[in-house]
Design a protein. Structure first.
Length: 204
């Protein structure tokens, strides 16, 4: 006999947070244009992680149309600031417009350019970093993140079950500067199948 719900997929689908009109519109745009946003469940998770960590300085790699940026911005501490790095000019412009609509344009900025290049010129400390760029960029981003995220700060990395992330997840596991938990899970309305999410706290 199993203790598990028989209809667990349908049940957990029914528990996905209800999006407000702005996020719902961005979800519809993303679906129509095949833009891979985190979706309502991981979006809510980002909101919660920003909130519980009390993050006042947030760095995001990969804004697309600003969906995850809005989720993080909503959880950010009052008076905080978020910087998102996005190399596609059209996406950066849409993210800025959507942050304006969300009432977050004053606190959340999108800088245009390659995240790996832009990070060289950044100074920390950041309380939270969220990584969602091209997957081969994750490993080279790690050394910058190790410098930029403060001790005790939180790293959240999306799509770590993608083939291009294998070297990153192993490097994170082996790095004594991070205390990590790497999760393989099915997040409904995020990825079509199981996907990975790395969570890590900067230590030492
Ligand atoms: C998966 S989408 C981001 C989705 C967004 N985080 C969300 O959930 O709403 C990845 C974005 O990262 C951008 N990107 C990919 N590689 C990048 C890089 N090296 N530097 C900056 N942006 C990059 C792409 O243009 C794309 O808009």
């Amino acid at each position: 006999m199993s203790w598990m719900l028989k209809d667990m997929d349908a049940h957990f689908h029914s528990l996905i947070p209800q999006s407000d009109p702005l996020l719902a519109q961005l979800e519809a745009e993303a679906e129509a244009e095949h833009i891979p946003i985190v979706g309502p469940l991981v979006g809510r998770l980002l909101h919660i992680l920003a909130l519980v960590s009390g993050a006042g300085r947030i760095l995001e790699l990969g804004a697309a149309i600003g969906y995850s940026t809005i989720c993080l911005g909503r959880g950010m501490a009052a008076g905080g600031s978020l910087l998102s790095l996005e190399h596609d000019p059209a996406m950066a412009a849409r993210a800025r417009a959507n942050l304006e609509r969300a009432g977050l344009a004053g606190s959340c900025k999108v800088e245009e350019g390659d995240a790996l290049e832009l990070m060289v010129g950044l100074s920390g400390p950041y309380d939270l970093a969220f990584v969602d760029i091209h997957k081969e960029g994750y490993l080279p981003a790690l050394m910058h993140l190790t410098r930029l995220v403060r001790p005790g700060g939180l790293l959240v990395v999306d799509n770590t079950a993608f083939a291009g992330c294998k070297d990153f997840t192993e490097a994170l596991r082996d790095d004594p500067g991070w205390l990590e938990a790497q999760v393989l899970c099915h997040f409904p309305l995020h990825s079509p199948e199981k996907d990975g999410l790395s969570l890590a706290v900067r230590v030492g």
